[in-house]
Design a binder for this molecule. Sequence first.
Ligand code: C2E
Ligand code: MG
Ligand code: MG
Length: 700
Amino acid sequence: MKGLRRFLDNLSIRSKLILIITVISLIVLMGLFGVFVMTQRSLLREALLQEVQVLTQDLSRNCSAALIFDDRLAADDILDNLKSKSQVVSGAIVTADGQLFASYRQQVVAELPHAVLPSSSREAAASFFGSYLEVSQPISFNEEQIGTLHIRASLEKIHQVLLRYVLFGLVGLAGAGLLAWLLAWRMQRLISGPIESLAQTMLTVSSEQDYSRRVVMERSDELGTLVENFNEMLNQIQVRDADLQEKQQRLNYLAYHDALTGLANRLLFDDRLQHALENARRLGNRVALFFIDLDRFKNINDSLGHKTGDMVLKEVSARLSAVIRAGDTLARLGGDEFVIICEQATDRQGIAILATKVQRVLNQPLQCGHQDLFVSGSIGVSVFPDDGECVESLMQCADVAMYQAKELGRNNYQFFTPGMTELAQEALLMESKLRKALENGELLLHYQPQVDMSSGCIIGMEALLRWQHPVMGLVSPAKFIPLAEETGLIISIGKWVLQQACRQAMLWQQAGYPAWTMAVNISPKQFWQTDLIDAVEKALEETGLDPTLLELEITESAIMQDADKAIDTMHRVRERGIKLAIDDFGTGYSSLSCLRRFPLSKLKIDQSFTRDILIEEDGGAIAEGIMALARTLKLDVIAEGVEEAGQVEFLLAKGCTEGQGYHLGRPMPAEGLVDYYLHKVAGKAEVPADSYSVLIGSGG
Ligand code: C2E
Ligand code: MG
Ligand code: MG
């Protein structure tokens, strides 16, 4: 049974359908045929029974005379009539007392019919047994039974007829079976056809992953519904697949591109450069690598916000993309660093032309709201195979060359030269030297006077840091302050400067000099330290300096990083009576609306604007604008970098009385300061303790 079940399970639907239809047809036909044969059988038997009964009745009537007269010959004659009836195989007349009176038998039949009826029964009787029919008929005379006529008929003929039916029937069944099979074979296609096409489509869909395929079938039965549902399922898979593919593509794109600018990212850049180098190696070409770092981008980001920063980066990307050729690669490595792989580099001249172009497009003013931004970049160039053979070394060389471009005042390009590596190593060395500078007491402060130009009186001093290195000599703060910022050393250095400046101010006071304001520069990193106020208070406490004599100089970009938080810190500074000045005012991007909210005391006009006063025709305009702004905001204003008498005249004429610069006094060590003034102002060698007012202005 299990074997049959497995066999059926393994059959295709088509074969199953054919088998089912054929078997059912055959069973139905066989049933019908059986009914037909059985009906025929009973009809034939009925007909035989009737015939034999009529015959028996007829003969029995004739037999009474023969019995009464005991005429056996006559009885034999009567029975001889049975010869004409081929199905009658024997007959017998039996007397009432059970004696056989006469008999007839066909040659083939040996036996006489046995009595189905007792001789005394007055009723006729008939019975089928085996392959015979036995009929018994009482023979009567004057209502008295005098004997019985028994006739036996053979059913063989009926059996032969039935056998013929069966034979014909079987042949007919075989034909019908064949026909049923043929019809089933054709009809099963109505069901198996759609299923097969469905299965075929499924196979194609899964093997080719082509979800755009559909099963085309117009029918409204269950298969139609199945096909409809299947197509609908494909629809959904197709939509989901498209969605997935899109997401996959997006992911791939994001993996290899910079989200902000859409340029290649570091991963793709590495791959492209690798590829470019392989090609160049094979073809004997050169490849130029440009490393571009935007100058002071952090300032833009900090003072104008990240949105503007992003806008600048996008614009720079667009401009650089327009400059490079089709086969070149432009990538953003993060922050404000861009790289260009130029595969068609021929010679240095060609590379230099491209570098100049890059520089030029960067320098074009960038419209940001109502103001123009001026962006520039420092570009380092390395060339394959001259400077390096692999991605890493070329990158390193371009990076070093870029730093050299920064060192040389930014907004320029530099080809890598082997000497630059030494410079880069020097920078590293410089860092470790700076770390030791504070411990070794190599740092010192110089002081530059801030002067009331109308009277010539000193009103304050700005503390300016110096590094006296035993080998390098006096190192400019412009050189080491950025390094200190980068490395975080500025925090401890800044604290030292505060202490030192406050102490010096107290020393001057104790020596009898006027109470000059002490201006101390605070770097951005220092400004954002949570312990800035603590450090300032500590310096004031330890030295005993009056807080109103301390002025902190901060830059615009430092406070614009987070204006709200900056305002909070500034208020805490001002609450203690300490003054706040904005250094290099005009070079940052602080918004005027913010400026109103800052609790400031002073604006310091940047040196560049002071310098412009005498150079350009309308050069004093910016300085004048800052003065007007300071007036509006009720702030003090001081001009930095006053180098000439003409500048003093202009500034005084425009109402700016405070100045600082080489013309008024250079930065100098504390000890030398008073001597210097004696010498310069009065030509005297000494300062008597009570005559300082004569020498450097009584207003002090
Ligand atoms: P700054 O605060 O704007 O200081 C003024 C700079 O201009 C000083 O340069 C000063 O020597 C220079 N200077 C003064 N008068 C003139 C002039 O008439 N002409 C010219 N060309 N220059 C003049 P210095 O001392 O080299 O300092 C440069 C910068 O380093 C300072 O600019 C300040 O930002 C920073 N710095 C100096 N000392 C410190 C410090 O203790 N802490 C921090 N955080 N920064 C400092
Ligand atoms: Mg300053
Ligand atoms: Mg300045």
